[in-house]
Design a protein around this ligand. Structure first.
Ligand SMILES: [Zn+2]
Length: 931
């Protein structure tokens, strides 16, 4: 029932996001302009005051309140199969039809076949939500290798799926470059000799297919980039991630992206420094003069744009038109030092195909003239005295914006004038040089750091000859690294934990200290036991001990020898990770903490075990801990408190699931119960993900999930009596069979520790005899595997749905969600606990002195794991991120095997490792599905 309610809740939230097309009748031209700034205009009905717009239900309500006349329009039926073949040999460059994604790829492939020296192969820079390739092509003389100081230029179109004109313009532009070059047209030859051009006809293939502005998930990609004025409000979309990663891997200097719905060249900033929304307030960036000039070059060559009475000279500052945050042009300027403008090239966003040729005629000269602007200002190399590339920042007097060198090259586009230039590089004194920039020329200014006499070389020339010289790699990491603090702390924390464990296990003094304080450090006693049980030769082998320390020390020394800001980035430069890689890092964190929670390290002290605390009592302590720790996260992130009911729904899934685990274990036995619910969790979470996002590579995805489920089931069985008895003679059973007290278990089953207590512990710990099957609760004298199975499946389903509500949660998803979840846990736990104790007809015994602190600690460990799992799901989705966190089974198994020595039977160990291989295979398939 709870699942049905949740399902309905998610459906309702999906419906709320749905946009609707309506026709609106306005009073006058001014009114209409005002309207297009507020809502997404789709199409204007020629010669009338009617406009087709896309609105959310809320926007619709607002418009109706303001007495706009609205009429619903049925949704546009997407043109099903657009597939044109362009003839690469034809002289007719103009577009006459739309190309679907396959047609784009095959056209690029044809270009490469016909002009292999100047057109690269079609390459995909990444995939859309629905797994469509985002195609690109590079065009340049000697296209395989970017020449020395050859600037890179790019055009990106169709990031709004229903703004289609640019998509075809870019294809025609590619065609024209190749065709005119091959005819020896000197302007084109010159341009391709000195420039490396990259073209992306569509950034949003899913949106084009659906003929909608947003991507498949309904997110506007031009609001989804990181903004320097305002925090991003939605999770970064795959298309945006692909684009930013690609741009960061290259060295673009100038670019434009194509839109429709107006006719104007729009330049930064799009946002205001105060983060507010407004119209009519220009927000000039440091290079305002240059941007005005660049935009004018485009508009002056396009008669429609130039003569557009709506905008003076056909250009506008972004914020002066209307503010937006998270746009691509501002991101390029700030993060890639790439001067990007936004081109609106047709009033009709999706013109009929017979009008495309007209738009090509209007734009073709503009497209080339604008691209040629990449050769202005000055450029050069930044090296040390030996000629090795050095990372540097180049600043120009009077302009508060530096450009960074990459691979020892930098480019600075500028207006004509005389400038004082400063180049800075870590560890060297600043170099200062004056430079004169002239119209139609590009100056060259090289900076040599650390040389005695010569500080810079200065020469002026018109064009560079493109010689393919590989300058090697940068010496310093890219300085545009974001704050690495949280990742650094996590990496360091894991490092310390590993070091401490090795220390405790291998160090004699630590061993003596622990044994002197046996009572106080009851939990470490097991480590002591482990050490005693190690083969004698190994434990006294000082050489191997020394080796371990030496290895650790050398890693530390290497790390510490680096400058502090580079120390960790050199080891692992986490800021350079893609969202996907961050997702995998979060999976590892979740597995480590969930696994340690499941092994319930703090609960293993003898006092706690002896007290036989009811698992639900622990659940109450966890809920307090989860609640408190979420506020620490909030304080640490300097965020304000916000609440979302979605977090509450998530908690309503988790708490009852946690209590169900007790019954599942009691009726099925721990091994089977854990296997069943972890398997169901993986499948349910995957189904949610597939239902909400679609499946990319079905073959890999489905087989990966199947293998993973089998692996998890096998893994959990490795601790069962059945496996331990394999290969054993029956008569030995009573004396030698060891069955673990704390088997590898799933993270949501903290509660079984009290139930699953050891029956006896010998003080020397050498021979223990535990019972795998926990004592039955009072009042339930008989095991009922059907009830157990129902509980395990239900719990798996709730578990797998636990993070689904995250999809509906707004703004700064992680922190808001964590805190709302923790409030939910604190509120729901007492209710469930009350129900549980009433059902059991028991009075709770709180064991405050013994159980409170270990309970709080264990809750904290779970809480951290939960934070990671939310990050993993944010970055990798419900299909991949959440299922992978179920591999906590591996870590809890490792605790059981290595530290607590709970699994010793050879058959169990072999079974465990084989299961691990199966799990690994499943994970590999699932990861393959995303590539
Ligand atoms: Zn647009």
């Amino acid at each position: 029932m709870r699942n049905i309610i949740l399902f309905l809740a998610v459906l309702a939230c999906a419906a709320a996001l749905r946009h609707e097309s309506v026709a609106v009748l306005v009073k006058d031209e001014q009114h209409l302009q005002h309207l297009t700034k507020v809502v997404h205009a789709r199409k204007r009905v020629e010669g009338s005051l009617e406009m087709e717009i896309v609105v959310t239900p809320k926007e619709k309500e607002t418009l109706e309140l303001h007495n706009f006349q609205l009429a619903s329009i049925p949704p546009v039926v997407p043109e099903t199969s657009i597939r044109t073949k362009r003839d690469v040999n034809s002289d007719d460059i103009a577009p006459h039809d739309y190309h679907d994604n396959n047609a784009i790829q095959s056209f690029f492939a044809e270009l490469h076949k016909q002009y292999p020296d100047i057109a690269s192969e079609a390459y995909s820079i990444g995939k859309s939500v629905q797994g469509q390739d985002i195609w690109a092509i590079d065009i340049s003389e000697n296209v395989e290798k970017k020449g020395k100081l050859e600037p890179e230029f790019k055009y990106v179109a169709n990031m709004h799926g229903d703004e289609t004109t640019g998509r075809e313009l870019v294809l025609s532009f590619a065609h024209q470059l190749c065709s005119e070059y091959s005819k020896n047209n000197s302007r084109f030859v010159n341009f391709l000799q000195t420039t490396h051009i990259s073209l992306v006809p569509t950034m949003n293939p899913d949106g084009f297919k659906l003929s909608q502005r947003e991507n498949f998930r309904g997110i506007d990609l031009n609001r989804n980039f990181d903004d320097h004025f305002k925090k991003r409000q939605t999770a970064m979309q795959p298309e945006v991630e692909v684009m930013t990663r690609w741009i960061k891997s290259r060295h673009f200097v100038l670019s434009a992206n194509f839109h429709g719905g107006a006719v104007v060249a729009n330049y930064p900033w799009d946002g205001l420094s105060n983060g507010q929304f407004s119209q009519g307030n220009p927000s000039p960036c440091p290079d305002d003069d240059l941007f005005k000039n660049l935009a004018s070059v485009y508009s002056e060559n396009n008669s429609d744009m130039k003569n557009n009475h709506e905008f003076k000279d056909g250009i506008t500052n972004g914020a002066a038109w209307y503010t937006l945050y998270g746009g691509m042009q501002d991101w390029n300027y700030v993060n890639a030092d790439c001067f990007e403008i936004t081109l609106e090239v047709s009033d009709n966003k999706y013109p009929p195909k017979n009008e495309l040729a007209h738009y090509w005629e209007l734009n073709k000269e503009s497209m080339l003239s604008f691209a040629e602007q990449v050769h202005r200002g000055f450029k050069g190399v930044t090296t040390d005295a030996a000629g090795k590339p050095v990372a540097a920042r180049v600043t120009v007097s009077g302009i508060d914006k530096d450009v960074r060198s990459r691979n020892g090259e930098y480019y600075r586009l500028l207006m004509p004038g005389t400038y004082s230039v400063t180049a800075r590089s870590n560890g060297y004194p600043d170099l200062v040089q004056s430079v004169e920039v002239k119209e139609g020329q590009v100056a060259r200014l090289d900076f040599v750091f650390g040389a005695e006499n010569q500080t810079s070389q200065y020469s002026l020339r018109n064009v560079e000859s493109s010689s393919a010289i590989d300058l090697g790699v940068q010496v310093f990491p890219n300085p545009d690294a974001e704050s690495r603090f949280p990742y650094t702390v996590i990496v360091f924390g894991i490092f310390v934990v590993v070091a401490v464990i090795i220390f405790l296990v291998r160090n004699d003094r630590a061993k003596r200290f622990v044994s002197r304080h046996r009572e106080t450090f009851a939990m470490f006693r097991r480590i002591d036991v482990f050490r005693q049980s190690l083969p004698r030769r190994l434990s006294t082998d000082t050489a191997s001990e020394n080796l371990t320390y030496r290895a650790l020390f050398s890693v530390y020394k290497q790390t510490a020898a680096l400058p502090p800001e580079n120390a960790f980035s050199m080891a692992i430069d986490l800021s350079q990770l893609t969202e996907q890689q961050k997702g995998y890092a979060a999976v590892v964190g979740a597995i480590l903490f969930f696994g340690s929670f499941a092994a319930a390290v703090p609960l293993k002290s003898r006092r706690v075990v002896k007290a036989n605390v009811d698992p639900v009592v622990f659940q109450v302590y966890y809920s307090i801990s989860i609640f408190l720790s979420s506020w620490i996260v909030l304080a640490w992130a300097h965020d304000e408190f916000r609440f979302t009911y979605y977090g509450f729904i998530s908690a309503a899934c988790w708490v009852p699931a946690s209590i169900l685990s007790i019954f599942a274990i009691n009726h099925l036995g721990m091994s089977v119960a854990v296997g069943v619910w972890a398997g169901v969790t993986i499948v349910v979470s995957f189904i949610w993900g597939a239902f909400l996002d679609g499946v990319q590579s079905p073959r890999y995805s489905y087989s990966g999930i199947a293998v993973l489920v089998v692996g998890v089931l096998l893994l959990s069985l490795s601790s069962s009596e059945f496996v331990a008895n394999l290969g054993k003679k029956k008569k030995d059973q009573n004396s030698t069979v060891y069955t673990p007290a704390y088997s590898p278990i799933h993270e949501t089953s903290p509660l079984l520790h009290g139930e699953d207590k050891p029956k006896a512990i010998n003080v020397d710990g050498s021979r223990k005899s535990y019972n795998d099957e926990p004592a039955l609760p009072i009042g339930e004298p008989k095991k009922n595997s059907t009830i157990g199975l129902i509980c395990a499946v239900l719990l798996g389903a709730m578990n797998g749905s636990m993070l689904v509500p995250m999809r509906g949660a707004p703004k700064d998803i992680v922190i808001t969600f964590v805190i709302s979840f923790s409030i939910g846990v604190l509120a729901i736990t007492p209710v469930c606990a009350l129900a549980y104790f009433l059902f059991r007809r028991q009075r709770p015994v709180w064991h405050v002195r013994v159980a409170l602190v270990p309970g709080l600690l264990t809750g904290l460990i779970w809480s951290i794991g939960n934070g990671f799992s939310i990050y993993a799901t944010t970055y990798l989705g419900l299909k991949l991120g959440f299922p992978l966190t179920q591999l906590a089974l591996v870590v809890s198994g490792l605790w059981g095997i290595i530290v607590f020595r709970e699994v010793t039977a050879l058959a169990s160990l072999v079974w465990w490792f084989v299961s691990l291989l199966v799990v690994g295979g499943g994970v590999a398939l699932m990861v393959l599905a995303t590539i």
